[in-house]
Unconditional design. Structure first.
Length: 465
């Protein structure tokens, strides 16, 4: 974080400073919500969660080097910034950091799927030009965004802010913490439909990012999604369309996947002549992500040649998102089980089919959560797609995945129904052979990402820590 005295922070968040010398103590380390991550110069934010009161861990945070604690009440022998609302103060602190960084360029990214992969891709491009801060993993909430913003240092040039939402108004709130000049909207899907109630409510919420852009800003919209395209009506910023549609300003054609599932395409509108692009990232869905990143890079004055090279050189960063492991036993594992919705499930199955040319394909699929009333139909649709793509074997894990398996079986796929992750593990151990391509895909709480890691390590592979 930019160095700030406790007196500066107290004024910024309207805090009462208790048991601290405001003139002597300076926060110049990370802002943390986990006392175990505190270090010299840190500020520990004592949040009260569902299972624990962060104030209990304040002494441990200070013992680890934290300068002070941001909390609701004084803590004995602990320098404390006492506020009536910790979340509000945390957000105000992050905004203060932004306001103290006048040269900072902020890009906001939202969408029902692909946010994390796109922010990873954009961060890899921008890092070639200057110090860049981007979220760790999927830090895209009212907690994750201020945590990310507070990592901004005096020399930070770019901030990539991933913005997620569980309800209407959430993204508008996040834009008050990290006000973007460039906004990217990837898609509007059915993720978290149970919480929103309708796809229209999801679209309205995603459009909050576009509505927050200044007139001199840029909205980068997916031309292939009608709901995203319509967001041009809610912004005063310039609009640039990306996608495969004929009127896209940056348009992709000739999209295909190689035998490793990596996307290749031709981009129009980038140079005087069409340019061939080959990504290291697996899945056709990365084509739209890459176009959005190229558009943002150009707006931020990254030289075209360097932006194109960086996009093609970029690899996966965040865990469990189309991670590919070629194991010593000849099996290829694709671990894409951090999250799932109908769109991302379809993209993963298509990538599996592309990788499976001449090889047996095994899809290990779990339930897609938070889909509300469309859940049954969405799971059945995934099963039908598996059949249409010619997936050889499908392992349906848990009762929630049974509709996937039932539909796939009706379309000729060999299906194994298993009760849970442990049963799936036993099934796979007796099934996998040299040459197989095995996909793990489910919502995070279904647990398949850890099953994928288990299969990988048992075969002698190494997963990132």
């Amino acid at each position: 974080m930019i160095p700030l005295s406790l007196s500066q922070i107290a004024r910024a968040v309207d805090a009462e400073l208790v048991a601290a010398d405001a003139a002597d103590l300076v926060v110049d380390g990370p802002v943390v919500i986990d006392s175990r991550l505190a270090g010299p110069g840190s500020l520990y934010v004592a949040r009260i969660g569902e299972h624990a009161d962060g104030h209990q861990f304040a002494p441990a945070a200070v013992a680890n080097g934290a300068v002070a604690v941001l909390g609701l009440r004084p803590i004995e022998d602990v320098p404390t910034l006492v506020v009536p609302d910790v979340q509000d103060a945390f957000a105000r602190l992050a905004r203060f950091v932004v306001d103290q960084s006048p040269g900072l360029q902020i890009v906001g990214i939202t969408g029902s799927s692909g946010k994390t992969s796109t922010k990873d891709l954009l961060a890899q491009v921008l890092t070639t030009q200057g110090p860049t801060v981007a979220p760790v993993g999927s830090f895209n909430s009212e907690v994750g965004v201020p945590l990310t913003v507070c990592r901004v240092a005096p020399d930070t040039r770019y901030l990539v802010a991933e913005m997620g939402a569980d309800g209407v108004g959430h993204i508008a709130y996040l834009t008050t913490i990290a006000p973007p000049r460039i906004g990217i909207v990837l898609n509007v899907g059915t993720a978290h439909l149970a919480g929103f109630g309708s796809v229209e409510a999801i679209a309205s919420t995603k459009s909050e990012l576009v509505a927050a852009l200044p007139a001199e800003g840029l909205a980068i919209l997916n031309a292939d999604d009608d709901r995203v395209r319509a967001m041009r009506a809610v912004t005063d910023a310039r609009v640039l369309l990306v996608g495969t549609s004929a009127d896209a300003d940056l348009r992709a054609s000739d999209v295909r996947l190689d035998d490793a599932g990596r996307a290749q395409f031709v981009v129009h509108g980038w140079a005087a002549e069409p340019v061939a692009v080959a990504l290291r990232l697996a899945g056709a869905h990365h084509v739209g992500n890459a176009l959005a990143v190229l558009a943002a890079a150009r707006e931020l004055r990254v030289p075209d040649e360097q932006a194109l090279a960086a996009v093609q050189a970029a690899g996966p960063v965040s865990r469990w998102r189309m991670e590919i492991f070629d194991l010593p036993n000849g099996v290829r594992v694709v671990n894409d089980a951090y999250n799932a919705n109908p769109d991302s499930m379809a993209a993963a199955l298509r990538a599996l089919a592309a990788m499976g040319s001449g090889r047996r394909t095994i899809a290990v699929l779990g339930q897609m959560l938070e889909l509300g009333d469309i859940s049954l139909a969405a799971h059945e649709q995934v099963g039908r797609l598996a059949g249409q793509l010619g997936i050889d074997v499908l392992v349906a894990v848990g009762p929630g995945a049974e509709p996937i398996g039932t539909e796939a079986q009706a379309d000729g796929v060999s299906v194994r129904f298993v009760a849970d992750v442990d049963a799936a593990h036993e099934q796979l151990r007796g099934m996998m052979e040299d040459g197989d391509v095995v996909l793990f895909k489910s919502s995070r709480d279904s647990g398949l990402r850890y099953l994928g890691d288990r299969i990988i390590t048992e075969a002698g592979g190494v997963v990132p820590q």
